[in-house]
Design a protein around this ligand. Structure first.
Ligand SMILES: C[S@@+](CC[C@H](N)C(=O)[O-])C[C@H]1O[C@@H](n2cnc3c(N)ncnc32)[C@H](O)[C@@H]1O
Length: 330
């Protein structure tokens, strides 16, 4: 029933470069063709993508998603989850979208020639802000990975998702938490001193990079500035999302420091030393620091992370840095 609702809706749209034009196209803030290289994803094995999407679908099934239900992915990027989703058995109609036609094109090329298992795969140019254009009940799952924090009006987006989803439908995303990022900025202020304590004097460029990192974390954590021109806009607090979600008929479950694309066992194991690893990977990949400087910082700050060791017992993980949010439409 809802599969045909989605199909009928898409048939009313123009097709541009193989993607249904639901919203106006908008390029990403960085070169789309360089994205996989920046995140070390150029040679990602298909088997691994299938496994990752399988873990993601396990979470969705646990929260009641029926097999074969229509799925909308918003902000597909280079298809880190899209490709694996299209190859999942029992996947229904999958609509893979991004505001950037270049990203849609990259995912289309990655899928070409693969043994797609979804009952149907379509591509769409869609800005999350326009999700309410989809007919009510046309998708049972709305998926976003690292996209919600780019959306200016999160409350408006949640309200629109609540309007589109049928009762029991899911909005699932993986996003940054406020506490961990704010703590990274706080810690960043001590990097130069920690390096000096280990006998290393930062170059002027490194000093500038560290200050940029601290400023970035503080900007990201602030709520009193206009972020409309910024790429990364929000850090999330589950207590707040619970309240806003409830007002819109969306009930929130959340899984801190929990990747939706790895197994529960791996997520539990990852809890030990989570913040230290998250920080090390963030400065290396997201801030683009050199391997040498990132490693130097990781070694010089190691002792401060020992503070968390006794806190990571009985399943506790702190601070929350990144995690999975599952909203269920009531
Ligand atoms: C950090 S990338 C994540 C890509 C992919 N989901 C992944 O996990 O690798 C953010 C993606 O969100 C998209 N995006 C940014 N703002 C958006 C918006 N307002 N609506 C929909 N997508 C958006 C970007 O084009 C980009 O593809």
């Amino acid at each position: 029933m809802s599969n045909s609702l989605l199909h009928d809706f898409l048939r009313t749209k123009n097709v541009v470069q193989g993607a249904f034009e639901i919203s106006e196209a908008r390029a990403y803030m960085h070169d789309e063709s360089d994205y996989d290289r920046q995140y070390g994803l150029e040679q990602y094995p298909i088997d691994e993508l299938i496994r990752e999407a399988g873990h993601l679908m396990d979470i969705c099934r646990k929260h009641g998603l029926p097999q074969g239900a229509p799925v909308l992915e918003i902000g597909c990027g280079t298809g880190r989850i899209s490709v694996g989703l299209a190859l999942q058995p029992e996947m229904g109609h999958l609509l893979i979208t991004d505001p950037s036609p270049a990203f849609c094109g990259i995912v289309q090329r990655k899928l070409a020639g693969l043994d797609v298992k979804a009952s149907r795969v379509d591509f769409g140019i869609l800005q999350a802000e326009d999700v309410a254009l989809l007919p009510t009940g046309s998708v049972s799952l709305i998926l976003l990975r690292s996209v919600l924090h780019h959306i200016a009006d999160v409350d408006g987006f949640l309200r629109s998702c609540a309007a589109v989803l049928p009762v029991g439908g899911l909005l699932v995303c993986e996003e940054p938490y406020y506490d961990g990022y704010m703590m990274m900025g706080f810690l960043g202020q001590f990097i130069e001193d920690a390096l000096a304590g280990s006998g290393y004097v930062c170059t002027p460029q490194e000093r500038q990079d560290v200050q940029h990192f601290v400023n970035t974390m503080q900007f990201y954590s602030r709520r009193d500035v206009d972020k409309s021109g910024a790429e990364d806009k929000h850090l999330f607090r589950p207590d707040e999302l619970m309240v806003t979600g409830r007002e819109m008929g969306l009930e929130l479950s959340h899984y801190p420091n929990w990747r939706m694309t790895i197994s529960p066992e791996a997520n539990i194991q990852n809890r030990l030393g989570y913040f230290q690893r998250f920080f090390a990977e963030y400065i290396r990949y997201c801030m683009g620091w050199t391997v040498e400087f990132s490693d130097r910082v990781a070694v010089a700050t190691k002792k401060y992370f020992q503070f968390f060791e006794p806190l990571e017992t009985a399943g506790n993980t702190t601070p929350s840095c990144f995690g999975t949010f599952v909203f269920t439409k009531r």
